[in-house]
Write a protein that binds this ligand. Sequence first.
Ligand SMILES: NC(=O)c1ccc[n+]([C@@H]2O[C@H](COP(=O)([O-])OP(=O)(O)OC[C@H]3O[C@@H](n4cnc5c(N)ncnc54)[C@H](OP(=O)(O)O)[C@@H]3O)[C@@H](O)[C@H]2O)c1
Length: 283
Amino acid sequence: MSTTLAITDPLPLRNSTRSIPRLGFGVYRIHGKECVQATGAALKAGYRHIDTAQFYGNEKEVGEIVRTSGIPRDEVFMTTKIMTPAGSPEATYQKAVDSVDKIAGKDGYVDLFLIHSPSSGQTGRKQLWQALERLVEEGRAKSIGVSNYGIKHIEEMKAYAKIWPPDVNQIELHPWCQQPRIDRYCKANGIVIEAYCPLVRANKFNDPTLVGLAKKYEKSTAQILIRYSLQKGWVPLPKSSTPDRIISNADVYDFHISKEDMGILDSLDQGDAGVVVESVSDD
Ligand SMILES: NC(=O)c1ccc[n+]([C@@H]2O[C@H](COP(=O)([O-])OP(=O)(O)OC[C@H]3O[C@@H](n4cnc5c(N)ncnc54)[C@H](OP(=O)(O)O)[C@@H]3O)[C@@H](O)[C@H]2O)c1
């Protein structure tokens, strides 16, 4: 991979004419004014991909800042997620529509709508997917996918999905949690892999191996982690509320981590012991 990657470089999505910018901006645990300021700073810094969710309680703010940014709607890739069904197929569909309305207005669309978690059981997962497929049919979501899904969950979808495979699987990924089995499966099936917690929630910035590589490349530890994610073929979604960090986290296109150093970062994998949120399950 060359160093000529750029912030807006996209990856194709298998079932969509849209493609996804390879660097996203995560907005978990930021609300109100802080969310508006951080997302505004991200757009100003050149990010064109924002990752929100119903669960984050900030879809309205994210939609508002994109709408008032002056950037054409089709130049910003917006993702949201639904966690659980709402009791009936119609109510679940309506719960998803409410998100699109909040983000993009009554006539608008989201670029990607994900099922946030497989935790609703088989019936719940089916109901959620069918609600998302209806959004695609109606033009309210350009693309749909899943999050925290194991191979079993994605395979199970073949029994009912009109759209298969999901375009994206968003999972926890960083050197200490690489989930190679699901990584390989998604790549083999053309499913784009998004990396959440790419900065390990700032828990590993003092790790000696990481600090050593940051010194070697004259970059910050955060920049090494984001560049690692990009070179793994993932779509990292770093979050920050701090304007300077938002800018520096996107300054990862003027260097290349060598194959040998990628191997050193790969060797840090701790499997389930390295998890911050969760690893995917096939149970
Ligand atoms: N699908 C899911 O189940 C799921 C789960 C978790 C996360 N996500 C998504 O993934 C995104 C990222 O994950 P995350 O927010 O959990 O964690 P993260 O991006 O790994 O880490 C965010 C933390 O790192 C700090 N940070 C950011 N840049 C930094 C820098 N350059 N130097 C030092 N500290 C820095 C931030 O602090 P400041 O904000 O104070 O700068 C914040 O505390 C989320 O926002 C969300 O969109 C999805």
